[in-house]
Every structure is written in structure tokens, then in C-alpha cells.
Design a protein around this ligand. Sequence first.
Ligand SMILES: C[S@@+](CC[C@H](N)C(=O)[O-])C[C@H]1O[C@@H](n2cnc3c(N)ncnc32)[C@H](O)[C@@H]1O
Length: 279
Amino acid sequence: MNYRHAYHAGNFADVMKHASLALIINYLKLKEKPFFILDTHAGTGRTDLSGIEAQKTGEYRDGIARILAHEHPHELLKPYLETLAQLGCEGPEPTSYPGSPLIAYTLARPQDRLSFCELHPEDSAALRALFHKFKRAKVFEIDGYTALKSMLPPKERRGLILIDPPFEQRSEFERILQEIEQFHVRFATGTMMIWYPIKDPSLSGAFVEHLEHTGPEKTLRAELFIRASDDPTRMSGCGLIIINPPFTLPDQLTTLFGWLKDVLAQDPGARARVEWIKK
Ligand SMILES: C[S@@+](CC[C@H](N)C(=O)[O-])C[C@H]1O[C@@H](n2cnc3c(N)ncnc32)[C@H](O)[C@@H]1O
């Protein structure tokens, strides 16, 4: 495991993923009934943007820093940006950026329960230190995929599973396809959000094509490209697969990603696409 999220924290991929996460959690909060959130690849929970890693790539400058510097951020970013502000991430020069566990925890309510899996010993120690006082969130230093078996279905019978692996291995897409099948058997009514990178479009394209043939009903794909996809060694975009999305989400993401592609564009090839893979 060589991947360290600190190099990428707050980049365009985090923005699109975390803004979508906030919209889904806000929807879950419309009902009083408690929900469960499982983050299978959780990271450290917070990144110091003045640290060596974030400064080395400077990726956050073309991600969250652009959003925070914008005079009129889109209103669909409100739950995300309000959460960041609560966590001390404000513009125009943010000094830290929260990860998915901290964003989810801040949005969740006292009756909700959260589990975070992180396999890297240093990162899981950092995450544990961040959450050790909070009873409704638990950190596990385990392979997040095993949690899909041991922790589902949740007793709450409603909730969100976030799968956000590092994609260090080409086999990650295949692994996810297997897990989706299992997920559907164990927790068919839950919402699952999977993040994936788009470098070589044929690789992510094959993943989506497989889902078109074998995936569950109610599967949405939302992709954001910040540049033309002409170099398969660089991440030109990234996508989310969302199974059982809130019914409001397709329209929200169509509008929001249309706005993000203009604000986060790095060349004229920037574009967005939100569509049902299976309805
Ligand atoms: C993309 S980062 C997660 C970012 C985080 N979800 C966020 O949005 O802030 C992927 C994380 O997964 C961890 N990881 C890699 N393989 C794992 C596995 N099998 N189970 C759990 N965590 C894993 C890595 O150490 C890394 O911290």
C-alpha cells in the first residue's frame, strides 16, 4: 500500500465526491429514523494542506481552493461548504481539508452510527485519534471489503456505503464488481456510492459496461472531466457509481457537475455526464 491521500486531499476528485456525499446524507436526514454509514476506505480524516505532501502536488489549489475563492458557489454546494466551514476549512487559502469520515460524521445526527475502515496502520491510527472520543463512530484497521460482509446489513436497515479505494491495482474494478453483487444480496435497499478514477477510459468504460449488463437496477453514473482524455497516464476525470440514489440526486448532480466542470476546468475538454446505467 503506497497510496497516501494527503497528496490529493481537496483536489477536484475530493470536491465532486464530498459534495455528492453531503447531498446524499442530507437526504437521509429527511427521515427521523437513524441511519448507518460505512466508509470502507476512509483515509486519515483530515489533511494539513501546509504539509509536505499537499504542498508537493498543490492539487487542492485547482480543487477546493477554486471553489472557496468563487464569489457565488452553487447553492447545491451548501451542505458541503457549510460542513467544511464548521471544520475550519474556509477560503480563500484553506489550511486543512477534512476527509470523508469527518464530513460524514459532521453531517450525521446523534441517532446515526458510522463505521470507518482504514488498512494503512499510520492512517488508521490518525483516524482513531480523531474519533476516539466519539461513541457513535468506530474506526477499524481492517480491509474495508471484509466489512461489507461482516457489517451488512446494518440494524438500522437504512444507510450509505462509500467505497473509495486507491486503485493501485488494475484488479480493483473487478473486485468492486464482485462486491456489488454481494452488497445487493445483503443490503438491497441501501445506497452505495463508489468512486473511480478515469485515466484510461477503456478501463473505466469496461467497468461501466459490465454494470450495464450485470449490475443492479437503480444505478446512476456521474462523471466529471477537468481536461480532455488524451493522456491515459493522467487522471482526466473521475466518476461515481451510485446504487439506489436518493430520487432527487440525478437532477442535483446534473446541475452541480455542469457548474463544477466550468469552475474546475483545466482545459477546454472539461465536461460532465450524469446518466442512469440501469433505471
Ligand atoms: C482514496 S483514499 C480514501 C479517501 C477518503 N475516503 C476521503 O474521501 O477522504 C483510499 C484509502 O484506502 C486505504 N486502503 C487501501 N486499501 C484498503 C483496504 N483494502 N481496506 C481499507 N482501506 C484501504 C488507503 O490507505 C487510503 O487511505
